[in-house]
Write a protein that binds this ligand. Structure first.
Ligand code: AR6
Length: 175
């Protein structure tokens, strides 16, 4: 099966997506923050923070799952991307691991539609083009082995530059 068939990019606000799971670009405390994390907590309501506090935290490169509470999405997969430190601290592997572990968690919970923000490319300053290539590579690799269990992976770009970068990298991948 062609794994690209199930992958798309749209520009928008991930908190509005009606999917089985949206992914949150969280921090290791799982106590909320700014950026997409703040937006998800605001839209989900205070129960999300309580659920995250019960989990207690998450190491960089791993993922944890909670219900979506007030969100249209049924679940939130919280993953912790690496802070960019120049590229010599395993950042690329850790970011790849975020995508892999998030998808593995979705699979384990029988979730078929999942939306990702551009993890680590905001406050954590991971270079956008490199991060996009990692995201696209990991998602397509996962779908090439588990494509029958996942119907749709959507990359949600908040801004135009992110949207155009994903569109270009996805188009290159489809060649
Ligand atoms: N929908 C989709 N994407 C969004 C939204 C939204 N509503 N809001 C922002 N983005 P960032 P990081 C984009 O900084 O770099 C938090 O404080 C944003 O434009 O949210 O992984 C956490 O608690 C960018 O393209 O996440 C951590 O401490 C992308 O989401 C830290 O930030 C990621 O930007 C994580 O930093």
């Amino acid at each position: 099966m062609n794994p690209m068939r199930n992958v798309s990019v749209v520009q928008g606000d991930i908190t509005t997506f009606d999917v089985d799971a949206i992914v949150n670009a969280a921090n290791t405390s799982l106590r909320g923050g700014g950026g997409v994390d703040g937006a998800i907590h605001r839209a989900a309501g205070p129960q999300l923070l309580q659920a995250c506090e019960r989990i207690g935290g998450c190491p960089t490169g791993e993922a944890r799952i909670t219900p979506g509470f007030g969100l249209p999405a049924r679940h939130v997969v919280h993953t912790v991307g690496p802070v960019w430190g120049g590229g010599t601290r395993g950042e690329a592997d850790l970011l790849a691991s975020c995508y892999r572990t998030s998808l593995a968690l979705a699979l384990e919970h029988g979730l078929r539609t999942i939306a990702f923000p551009a993890i680590s490319t905001g406050v954590y300053r991971f270079p956008l083009e490199r991060a996009t290539r990692i995201a696209v590579r990991e998602v397509t690799a996962f779908l090439s082995t588990h494509g029958d269990a996942i119907d749709q992976v959507t990359f949600v770009a908040f801004d135009r530059e992110t949207f155009e970068t994903y569109r270009r990298v996805l188009a290159e991948e489809q060649k």
